[in-house]
Design a binder for this molecule. Sequence first.
Ligand SMILES: C[S@@+](CC[C@H](N)C(=O)[O-])C[C@H]1O[C@@H](n2cnc3c(N)ncnc32)[C@H](O)[C@@H]1O
Length: 249
Amino acid sequence: MGAGYARPGEEEVADRVAAAGGDTTRVRLEGAHALKHALRFGADIEVVATDDQPGLLTLLTDLAPDVVDEVAARVVQLAPARWQRLVPRPLPSPCLAVARRPRVTVGDVLQASGRILVLDRPRHLGNLGAAVRVAAAAGAGGVLTLGDADPWHPTAVRAAAGLQFALPTARAEVLPATDRPVVALDPGGTPLHGSPLPTDGLLLVGTERGGLTDALLARADERRAIAMRPGVSSLNLATAVAVALYADR
Ligand SMILES: C[S@@+](CC[C@H](N)C(=O)[O-])C[C@H]1O[C@@H](n2cnc3c(N)ncnc32)[C@H](O)[C@@H]1O
């Protein structure tokens, strides 16, 4: 955060938090966990709001002392009525923040080194976020989502604990052309644990209900399956991502 930061007033902070949810140039961060990761991975934080400043700073002192000073320099305490209007559902901790959304192109994601996670039309933003979180933790190079779901939606950011800031994350309509190996994660494939996944590959993961489309399966150089007990048809999307990305770590 720049040294010349001028802390805005309560009304301006509330307005900026309210506007951030539908603004594709901004990211709304719900809870201290997401704010912590955003700060650690270089987010440009514009405003931080709370209805319990001592509680928030105590929580961060316990859980993330490395970001306490930065949050303390920015946080603005809102009056209860104003705070209530901003909080659509219970928050994990008394904190709402706004960051600038990084400009990440599909090309940026495809040029990243390491494995690229590709989620085809995820339906649940919680799954999407959980997959981003494990991809960041496992050291993947980037995340691409195909279809309408915005990987920077506040719900996905909350589920990812803000780790979209840790690796290039973008959305594309369809799978772009690539020279990299493409691996489909598919219950009908050959065993995942038989041999390592390519370290520079695209890992395709299907949508929750239907799995990968025939068109995407046709783009894959190989299909790999995570072993399951007979009778179990599939793993949760984010769980499958975790097993695959940690298979050789
Ligand atoms: C909830 S599953 C989709 C289930 C879908 N009915 C199917 O048959 O693929 C979402 C995605 O997670 C991945 N997945 C889940 N379980 C898997 C397994 N055992 N092996 C490989 N991939 C799996 C696949 O990419 C799948 O498309």
